[in-house]
Design a protein around this ligand. Sequence first.
Ligand code: SAM
Length: 279
Amino acid sequence: MEAAISLIVKDILTKKELSNLSKEFVLEKVKKFLETHKKINEKMKKENYLRLQRAKEYKELVKTIRAELREVYGVFILKDYKKRYELLKELKKNPSIENHNKILGLHKSSKERLPYYSLVYKKIFEIAGVPKRIIDLACGLNPFSYPFLGCKPEYVACDLSEKDLDFIKEYFKIMRIKGSTKKINLIKSNLYEVVKKNDLVLLFKTLDSLETIKRNISGQVLRNIQGKFIVVSFSTKSLGGGKIIRKEKRAWFERLIKKLGYRSKIFEIPGETFYIITK
Ligand SMILES: C[S@@+](CC[C@H](N)C(=O)[O-])C[C@H]1O[C@@H](n2cnc3c(N)ncnc32)[C@H](O)[C@@H]1O
């Protein structure tokens, strides 16, 4: 059974846009699926893997898990992502803003805010102060916006994918940034050990997709963060890029902040709304 599960994980990860995710993370999802889907569970005990692969229950499993992984991860990876180490080499030779932008442009979320990075950090620091340490949760490639900060804080980059975190680690080394990386699954991890009171916490464009995986997780994540300032952002454009997401759709988040007794200030750039939350 364990061998078959491991082959399923491998199969799920063959999709290019998911290939940077860790096996362990996918394994957990497969196990959870098997707990609640008896038919495939039984088939797995009886059939060999080749036969199993042809079963409709198997296809259903792979499809469901891939869809979930795409929603939280794959959909943001743009087509040139595989060129990232080449671009990092260029950046090493010449750490210009242009070369940083090329890497930020490989991820949908950072690409969208490219023209506004300096403005975003200026607005955040006006309220939260200039940080000594930043904790970037579900960071994607956002750590590559370091030159736009206009200050030199320590930087802790946290996300799901070890491969992506290794890439960021390499960048910190090249730029001699006092930085580190931490693999964190926000749905499971306890953030108490990661975040200290004076840290500035960034949580950009992630809560919407976490909510689709686990409802009401946002309150738990916010409560778990010890930092005084948390900056949460939401995309105001639909994933396809076309439709504008209506403001009322975010009312749940404003109600949550109120319920938790936090204060918040809002600002917007085209395509993204930021909440600077004070605990
Ligand atoms: C939309 S991207 C945002 C990236 C970055 N914060 C930005 O705005 O530039 C969402 C990020 O959340 C990460 N993510 C998804 N589910 C997660 C989880 N359960 N725990 C930690 N990170 C997660 C993904 O790997 C991805 O990098």
